[in-house]
Design a protein around this ligand. Structure first.
Ligand SMILES: Cc1cc2nc3c(=O)[nH]c(=O)nc-3n(C[C@H](O)[C@H](O)[C@H](O)COP(=O)(O)OP(=O)(O)OC[C@H]3O[C@@H](n4cnc5c(N)ncnc54)[C@H](O)[C@@H]3O)c2cc1C
Length: 436
């Protein structure tokens, strides 16, 4: 996805491109063919609503930039209501054919195993980056900065949390500044609520691991339902321990358990539930997590999961143009940068392709506007996200700068989303003007 779009964009800006693809010579457990642009699982590009949905807005921005992936998806669109579903085989065949038809683009079927010293490179090797290359990336970045799994705790929109039940406080009021002392958002449970929560967790439907994924968990990354299976009290002594916290709404009542959430972005619009990675199915997750006091009406920016996924700690490793800070001739793009999904990956490929070609052509570009969906995503992965808890992210309105400086704001949700998308389109069109 990302590599195809990056190559397309760079070639259209007039630079010579070589697109390296290891398949079909070297296979992955998920891909079935040697085609470029192969969709490995679902055939959905999700919502196509560019006024009320952040991924729909990303579609719009990619179409405005004459993206290959969107044009081909539109060509092979299947009926799917408000979603954009794609006939995947002709889609990938068309992506491959259109790239191969470009006179200044060459496709080379080989595995890249090192980070080269010379030339401009974009590494868009995805969640299933080959093992040899993964090892080379680790040698450059340090082992702890390249993850092979994402263990995602659910992420919730701050403005959907009931603060008449929850409160902000770090355990034992730790921290030198007021911000640090109030870094966590706490949701208290009494014994009955805790028991009901554990019962629901144990009964919830769980997803299976994909073929090729390991079912072995590593320490510090256990799904909460596995912890609950090990004993009803395990969570109360782990991520839900109630110690060092005082509920200002009921200072005399000691909570039986406390669920903690932590800011997930610098804007403070998103919170993740600390230690709550899970393999529960999505429907079960929303039911179970809404049992937590304060989260009854929670709106989820993303649900939890554990998947095979190679990705960089981009907030520490990449600059704002997606270059590896230690090796600026190398860019990363796509899912390996910590975005999630076909559309987001292709979007980051689109940016990387344009930014690399602009650099080669000596064009001075202003930064990608943060108010566009593209800009919100690139800003998140290259610095806006908390590097310590960085996990792959879909595009969502929680990544956007608040309107009128107000989080959540005075407007209704529909008006707010429309205002975000209107603002984004203007900003994106303005930025694209640099290329005309
Ligand atoms: C099992 C599975 C299911 C998924 N299901 C979905 C889904 O339903 N919906 C969704 O939106 N997303 C899904 N994803 C995420 C999906 O992978 C991304 O959305 C998207 O494919 C990422 O695009 P990308 O360009 O970053 O990576 P990819 O599309 O994977 O492209 C990376 C390419 O790099 C090649 N490559 C890897 N290493 C090397 C190397 N060393 N040298 C040369 N070439 C190399 C690979 O062969 C591949 O063609 C799934 C991922 C997995 C693993």
């Amino acid at each position: 996805m990302a590599g195809s779009e990056a190559a397309w964009q760079a070639a259209h800006m007039g630079v010579n491109v070589v697109l390296h693809e290891m398949r079909p010579k070297v296979e992955t457990f998920a891909h079935q063919t040697g085609n470029l642009g192969e969709m490995v699982c679902s055939n959905s590009f999700r919502s196509d609503d560019d006024e009320q949905n952040a991924v729909g807005l990303l579609h719009w921005e990619m179409r405005a930039a004459e993206g290959l992936i969107m044009a081909t998806a539109d060509q092979h669109r299947l009926p799917a209501g408000g979603a954009l579903a794609v006939d995947r085989e002709p889609f990938a065949e068309t992506v491959t054919a259109r790239l191969k038809a470009l006179p200044n683009l060459q496709v080379s079927y080989e595995e890249i195993t090192e980070l080269p010293d010379q030339g401009q490179w974009i590494f868009a090797t995805g969640p299933l980056t080959s093992a040899t290359l993964g090892a080379a990336i680790q040698r450059e970045t340090g082992t702890e900065r390249l993850a092979f799994f994402d263990a995602i705790a659910p992420i919730i929109y701050a403005d959907s949390i009931d603060m008449s039940k929850a409160w902000m406080q770090s355990r034992y009021d730790k921290g030198d500044t007021e911000e640090e002392r109030t870094a966590y958002l706490n949701c208290p449970m009494d014994k009955d609520q805790y028991d009901a929560f554990i019962d629901a967790l144990l009964a919830a439907e769980k997803a299976e691991f994909h073929e090729g994924e390991t079912a072995g968990y590593f320490d510090g990354c256990l799904p909460i339902e596995v912890m609950a299976e090990r004993g009803r009290e395990t969570l109360r002594h782990g991520p839900m321990k109630p110690v060092g916290l005082t509920n200002p709404h009921q200072p005399d009542v000691k909570a039986h358990a406390v669920v903690q959430l932590r800011r997930d972005n610098a804007l403070g619009t998103l919170f993740n539930i600390v230690g709550f990675q899970t393999k529960m199915k999505y429907g079960a997750q929303t039911d179970v997590f809404r049992m937590i006091p304060g989260l009854e009406n929670a709106s989820f920016a993303r649900l939890g999961g554990i998947h095979r996924n190679t990705f960089l700690n981009s907030p520490t490793l990449l600059d704002q143009e997606m270059r590896l800070k230690s090796r600026p001739n190398i860019r990363f793009a796509g899912q390996v940068t910590g975005v999630e999904g076909y559309v987001e990956s292709a979007a980051m490929g689109l940016l990387a392709g344009r930014l690399a070609a602009a650099e080669m052509l000596g064009m001075a570009l202003p930064p990608v506007p943060q108010d566009s969906a593209m800009g919100a995503l690139i800003h998140h992965i290259t610095g806006g996200a908390d590097a310590k808890t960085f996990q792959p992210m879909n595009v969502n309105f929680g990544l956007f700068r608040p309107l009128d400086g107000v989080k959540g704001g005075r407007r209704g949700r529909k008006d707010r989303y429309k205002a975000y998308t209107d603002r984004a389109k203007l900003a994106w069109q303005d930025w694209l003007g640099n290329f005309s």
